[in-house]
Design a protein around this ligand. Structure first.
Ligand code: HEM
Ligand SMILES: [Ca+2]
Ligand SMILES: [Mg+2]
Length: 946
């Protein structure tokens, strides 16, 4: 056999031809768990391979044996015996070999390749075995010695029995889980301080890993009949990597006199792929020296009874930093698995197929080779500096541990170059949400300690629900503020938040302390999946040099003079939207004439959902400013819809204000969001590349007409995906139009028209609104739209970089602040009759009186696009009002909800409001004027249309 395959296997792959590990998989096509093998970047679905006749060239394979691969665990396959495993494995090596003797099985069999060979990303792995029993040993002598030094003293580090027998204990099979399964921090009893006589109860504070090897059995023994030492290897099916999670504080208190119990039984993670015993044969080496004379039942003939397996463990922190913190080797064992089995059964204990045997923690003797944090932190006495910015005594919430193992040299020319189990990767979660009673205890530990002199909401379990309530939570927080005052602290998981719910308190915190509230919290899930360049837009960046630079660039590109220079684009886009409305009215009119043959009437009403038009308006403006390119198609254009949908999806995923799981490990729902995010990322990469390529082509052809092209070339993320400019502007315009279509809107339109005619009696408003904002009532209307609809009800969260003192409370740097902008914009103390839509409230406000509402946030990280957004709104409303009558839809059931943003929201988990679908009636005011206005814009913008 050669190590080379016709399948392209990346150099260094853990799944080389020499490995062929077995696992249990599901694929989109086969949702029932069944067997597969990993090879390179692929997985061969064994059941489908078998049904395509893949095993018909293996003589010893009978057709009933196909059924072994349709089982949801490998237990039956394991029970078929080592000889069978060996034949199947070697046959599969032949199948994938470049000099395969059975090319027709797969290589030259298109149907089998299409049907059974899948890229590994399309495959989900599951617990490979039904674990019938789980016994964990303690055969890592270096680990045993280190623990002895920590808890006793170096002279008596090893217990007297230690070298005489493999020490072990019975652990729980029921909590053995496959890599990727989140692990909750267990609750239990422990001593808060050494020497205490009374225990405390709470979440474990000393959660640790144990890097181990696990062996699965493929054969049992009868009760009362011990397994002889030199036959014991014949009972082993294969090996996995094992992380025997350990609660050190619970262990220390409970273990005397009967040994570990709850400290070990909450979870043990194994890798999904079982490396067959056959695959590891070339890697036998002698283990650690044991010069104790053993009883004959433990004397193993072969000296090379353990394996030379490189092992390493990596930690990834909640904020995405990662580092390998230990590198060790499987040969650091003083007893072999055969010796463990011989000892396990010497009293007559029967073993079963599916039993799992753990080796015990494997530590080396060199620095950086310890298999647990207990050893690295000397029992928690010192902090272990894993890297310059990762320091641990024990695990913290949100840490992910990956264990890797491989054999042989990193050189694929070597036969059997590399054999390994897959990563055993696990995220640590705090205690879950299900049992709120337990939640309380986790909350004892927060990132920021309790803030003195600041009201706190005590009944914390409520918040588990509160934050799941989506659109309700601004309301719930506002309700709580009636009881606790406008500013209070809450805790969720390990995070403390300061929430502000009134106009005055937000002004005080966000504006008076703006040099302090200048940063933002970082997101976890998002950055783990989307690249960091796509994750860190300005609106999601903490305050650092890069953010400062990007914010400054954005502010310059969006300041008054810059925005004034973009008016031709706003002219074009607002015209295109209104033209589209007019075309729809006209075609509706025509249709009705042919249908009813009624006489032509100037005031024909058509009911339309104008949202797509406003979305196109905002997106095209973004694209023009960013890429010098607009989408010329209808509002249903494919690329347009794709960008709008993907950007909205990403904004929802990235929204810190509503996706609490992004920064509260407790709430992370990892796999679903990962899938979603990587799908969005793929789709996004596609059009970003398209847009960028187009821009480059135009630049090289000298035909680009963009304004801020340079920024884009440096930062492709710039144009799209700012803090919601794509969602917020269209939502505001749409909801403003919704108001106009309602009963009050009929009066408002009259009033607005009067005011407009006062300033522009000659009908020049269409054009002049591009250069000036003279209709004060319309400006006030725009502000009232922003306030009344507060389309980002919980503003983007902030983090303070310096201590903030608020009414005697000292809020330390690093605290997360939430602005309940919705509550502030409906604050009775500040606004008269806030539930009413009243543009008048924003008339006659003296210059320099500061923030008038919080729709754009406030202070140092306030929306940089507010000026552009204001201009887009003013111009679009102006033109709609003079061109069209906005009327209630004829069908009352299709009319909008006009009570406020939370009631009309279709996507409560999003960052911004996504209005529920509704229709608005439109009627042309004056065909003649319209024709002139359209001609004006067409003349002015002709050069901009390709
Ligand atoms: C009506 C439309 C819009 C609304 C309601 C809106 C609202 C907001 C809000 C509430 C914030 C958070 C501010 C804070 O933390 O205090 C924000 C941030 C931001 N917005 Fe807007 N926005 C709108 C349009 C736009 C547009 C059109 C652009 C760009 C062309 C834009 C670019 C940004 C950026 C870059 C940030 C992040 C600022 C930072 O973190 O420093 N927005 N926006
Ligand atoms: Ca262990
Ligand atoms: Mg365990």
């Amino acid at each position: 056999m050669t190590s080379e395959s016709w399948l392209s296997i990346p150099k260094g792959s853990h799944f080389s031809l020499a490995n062929i590990p077995f696992g249990i998989i599901t694929t989109p096509a086969s949702p029932n768990p069944h067997a597969g093998i990993a090879i390179g970047d692929y997985v061969l679905d064994l059941y489908l391979f078998a049904t395509h006749g893949g095993f018909s060239y293996l003589e010893s394979f009978s057709s009933e044996q196909v059924g072994l691969f349709s089982q949801s665990t490998l237990n039956q396959f394991a029970a078929a015996g080592q000889e069978f495993h060996k034949q199947v494995r070697r046959y599969l090596q032949d199948v994938f070999s470049s000099v395969t003797t059975v090319p027709q099985a797969l290589r030259d069999n298109q149907a089998a390749r299409d049907g059974a060979l899948f890229p590994k990303e399309h495959v989900k792995t599951h617990l490979p075995m039904k674990v019938t029993g789980y016994t964990d040993f303690f055969a890592g002598k270096n680990h045993a010695y280190n623990c002895g030094c920590i808890f006793r003293d170096p002279q008596k580090a090893l217990q007297p029995n230690y070298l005489h027998l493999p020490v072990g204990y019975s652990s729980r099979a029921s909590s053995v889980v496959v890599s990727g399964t989140p692990v909750r921090r267990p609750l239990g009893q422990y001593l808060a301080n050494p020497g205490d006589v009374k225990s405390v109860f709470g979440p474990c504070r000393k959660l640790d890993i144990e890097l181990e090897l696990g062996a699965f059995l493929c054969k049992g023994n009868a009760m009362g009949e011990p397994i002889p030492i030199d036959k014991a290897e014949g009972y082993i099916f294969g090996f996995v990597l094992l992380n025997d999670w350990s609660a050190r504080d619970i262990q220390a208190w409970e273990a005397v006199p009967l040994g570990p119990f709850n400290a070990k039984n909450f979870a043990s993670t194994i890798s999904p792929w079982v490396v067959l015993k056959d695959a590891l044969e070339p890697f036998h080496v002698p283990g650690l020296l044991n010069d104790t004379e053993l009883h004959p039942y433990l004397r193993q003939e072969r000296q090379d009874n353990v394996y030379d397996i490189n092992l390493q463990a990596e930690i990834k922190t909640a904020d995405g930093k990662s580092e390998i913190f230990t590198r060790t080797n499987g040969k650091n064992l003083v007893f072999s698995f055969a010796q463990m089995l011989a000892h396990h059964t010497i009293g007559g204990c029967p073993m079963e197929v599916g039993d799992l045997i753990g080796s015990g923690t494997i530590s080396g003797t060199e620095p950086g080779s310890l298999g647990s944090l207990l050893e690295a932190s000397l029992g928690g006495k010192q902090t272990y500096a894993i890297s310059t910015d990762i320091h641990r005594k024990f695990l913290e919430d949100g840490d992910t541990i990956s264990i890797r193992g491989w054999c042989g040299k990193d050189d694929s020319n070597l036969l059997h170059s590399k054999v390994s189990s897959a990563n055993a990767e696990t995220l640590i979660l705090s205690i879950g949400l299900v049992i709120s009673l337990l939640l309380i205890f986790v909350l004892d530990k927060t990132d920021i300690p309790f803030i003195q002199n600041l009201p706190a909401v005590p009944s914390v379990p409520i918040f588990g629900n509160l934050f799941q309530l989506g659109s309700e939570h601004p309301k719930r927080l506002a309700k709580l503020s009636e009881q606790y005052g406008p500013v209070f602290q809450i805790r969720l998981g390990n995070r403390r938040f300061v929430v502000a719910n009134s106009f005055e308190s937000i002004k005080q915190l966000w504006i008076n302390n703006q040099s302090s509230l200048i940063s933002r919290p970082t997101l976890h899930t998002f950055h783990n999946v989307l690249s960091s360049s796509q994750g860190f837009t300005i609106g999601t960046s903490p305050w650092d040099e890069s953010c400062k630079r990007r914010r400054k660039a954005a502010a310059t590109a969006l300041n008054r003079p810059a925005v004034a220079s973009y008016m031709p684009f706003v002219d074009l886009e607002s015209y295109v939207s209104i033209k589209d409305l007019v075309d729809q009215i006209r075609s509706g009119e025509q249709q009705s004439h042919t249908e009813k043959d009624s006489k032509k009437t100037a005031n024909f009403q058509v009911d339309i959902d104008p949202y797509p038009l406003f979305q196109r308006l905002a997106l095209n403006l973004s694209l023009t400013l960013g890429y010098g390119f607009r989408i010329d198609g209808g509002a249903d254009d494919h690329l347009l819809r794709e960008i709008i949908n993907v950007e909205r999806g990403i904004s929802t995923l990235r929204s810190t204000s509503n996706n609490w799981q992004d920064f509260v490990p407790l709430l992370r729902i990892f796999p679903r969001r990962n899938d979603q995010a990587s799908n969005l990322r793929r789709r996004r990469d596609k059009y970003l590349e398209f847009l960028l390529q187009r821009l480059k082509d135009r630049i090289s052809a000298g035909t680009d007409k963009s304004c801020i092209t340079g920024n884009i070339m440096k930062d492709p993320d710039y144009a799209l995906n700012h803090a919601g400019g794509l969602d917020t502007t269209p939502a505001c315009i749409l909801l403003g139009v919704a108001i106009l279509s309602g009963p009050q809107g009929q009066y408002l339109q009259q009033k607005l028209l009067e005011e407009i005619n006062k300033v522009y009696p000659d009908g020049s408003a269409w054009k002049k609104c591009l250069d000036e904002e003279k209709v004060e009532y319309l400006t006030a209307f725009c502000k009232e739209v922003l306030r009344f609809w507060t389309v980002i009800p919980m503003s983007l969260p902030r983090v303070n970089v310096k201590e903030v003192v608020y009414k005697g409370a000292r809020i330390p740097a690093g605290t997360t602040f939430l602005m309940n902008a919705w509550a502030a914009d409906f604050d009775y103390e500040h606004f008269e009759s806030p539930l009413e839509f009243r543009p008048e409230r924003f008339l006659n406000i003296p210059e320099g009186s500061g923030t008038q509402h919080f729709a754009f946030g406030a202070g140092s990280r306030m929306c940089t696009g507010s000026h552009l957004a204001n201009r887009e709104m003013y111009i679009t409303f102006m033109r709609i009002i003079i061109a069209l009558e906005v009327l209630p839809a004829q069908d009352p059931a299709q009319r909008p909800i006009l009570t406020g943003p939370l009631e009309c929201n279709a996507n409560p988990s999003g960052l911004s409001i996504e209005p529920k679908k509704f229709l608005v009636g439109f009627r042309i005011r004056d065909d003649n004027k319209l024709r002139h206005w359209f001609e004006d814009t067409e003349m002015a913008t002709r050069h901009m249309l390709d």
